[in-house]
Design a protein around this ligand. Structure first.
Ligand SMILES: *Cc1c(COP(=O)(O)O)cnc(C)c1O
Length: 366
């Protein structure tokens, strides 16, 4: 057998540790997972209701065209139905894009550090990945532009960026788009769109009219709380969508994912209440960092990257023993940081006091 050479030694994705595994390993009864930027309040109750109502439909294939959710999303965000492509999570749309655009003769430009799936999928396609260092966690769009050549096919803007939570402004993004050559597809990955509060965050949908080389990615996994169901989508001009559609497996979303996502779109109140609580909690995280003189990256998301000025793994291990699963920055490109998903108020307060213990003990050591 001979697989693609680029698969040799390619690491598989290391997800946040599952709660049950941690409980068993450490003999803990209560474990809080603040590792994968999931919604701590779950999803709209309408989602579970829709799933139970559809529970008898297991024998029938889902609607491969995703007609109902397509119509719903198109209306919600104000685009035509033929401007949408649905994926099994936006992760799958990233995979479609790499399959459709990348090959060994091509290259792709990403920020570094950024979301790992761009590089992984590009590598599998054999493309060269040009990683351009972030400045203070923010994409260096000018340097990214300079990395483009005639073989560049996709440039990725993770906005807000995961794992830093920072964002690129409307002004910076439009000036960048203006300068990207038309043979390069620009992907604006907006997985945390609903959580953004910055007034100068780019409004990308209206830009689709002018820029045929723009694709926007959104997901139901984060603020909508449907990570288990795997629904994300891409928005672009109809020609780009038709080009990608044959790459998509015919029944890539389940019926249950469709009905739950559709129902969730009816519940704006749920989203706005989650976002409000998240924004307030983020302020408390910032205050905590300021009080303890910890550097943090200002976040527009439901997570925050904090620099503990010591190995991220060490802080991770400490928190794990106390029943909190977070993400060490070591694997995320910020070795002295930890990425923490914003939890419920109760979870956050508990986390703060546990972290305080660590910081006090460190102060004593010095
Ligand atoms: C979570 C995340 C995604 C993927 O979400 P799906 O669950 O696959 O929809 C995509 N991009 C970024 C930046 C993310 O953080």
């Amino acid at each position: 057998m001979q697989a693609k050479p680029q698969l040799q030694g390619l690491p598989s994705y290391k997800p946040g540790k599952p709660i049950e595994e941690v409980k068993k390993e450490l003999g803990l009864t209560k474990v809080v997972k603040l590792a994968s930027n999931e919604n701590p309040y779950g999803a709209s109750p309408l989602a579970a209701k829709a799933i139970s109502e559809a529970a008898s439909q297991t024998a029938i294939y889902p609607d491969g065209y995703a007609a109902v959710i397509r119509e719903k999303v198109a209306t919600k965000i104000g685009v035509e139905q033929n401007q949408l492509i649905f994926g099994n999570g936006s992760d799958e749309v990233i995979q479609f894009l790499c399959r459709a655009f990348l090959s060994p003769e091509t290259n792709t430009v990403t920020a570094d550090p950024t979301f790992s799936q761009y590089k992984l999928n590009a590598t599998i396609e054999g493309a060269e990945v040009r990683e351009v260092p972030c400045v203070e966690g923010v994409h260096d769009l000018d340097a990214m532009l300079k990395a483009i050549d005639e073989n560049t096919r996709i440039i990725w803007v993770c906005n807000p960026n995961n794992p830093s939570g920072t964002y690129v402004s409307q002004e910076a993004f439009t000036s960048f788009l203006e300068r990207v050559p038309s043979h390069v597809l620009v992907v604006s990955d907006e997985a945390y769109f609903e959580y953004v509060t910055a007034s100068d965050y780019p409004e990308t949908l209206p830009l689709l009219e002018k820029y045929e080389n723009l694709m926007i990615l959104r997901t139901f996994s984060k603020a909508y709380g449907l990570a288990a169901l795997r629904v994300g989508y891409g928005v672009a001009n109809p020609a780009l969508i038709s080009l990608l559609d044959p790459v998509r497996p015919p029944f890539n979303n389940t019926t249950f994912a469709h009905v739950a996502a559709v129902a969730s779109l009816e519940d704006d109140k749920f989203i706005s209440s989650c976002v409000k609580k998240n924004t307030a909690a983020l302020k408390q995280f910032e205050k905590f960092c300021q009080t303890h003189k910890l550097k943090y990256y200002p976040s527009q998301t439901n997570f925050i990257l904090i620099d503990f000025n010591r190995s991220g793994d060490e802080v991770f291990d400490y928190l794990l023993k106390k029943g909190f699963i977070v993400r060490s920055g070591e694997a995320l490109g910020f070795p002295t940081c930890v990425r923490i998903t914003v939890g419920t108020d109760e979870e956050n307060q508990e986390l703060f006091s546990v972290l305080e213990e660590l910081l006090v003990s460190k102060a004593v050591e010095q």
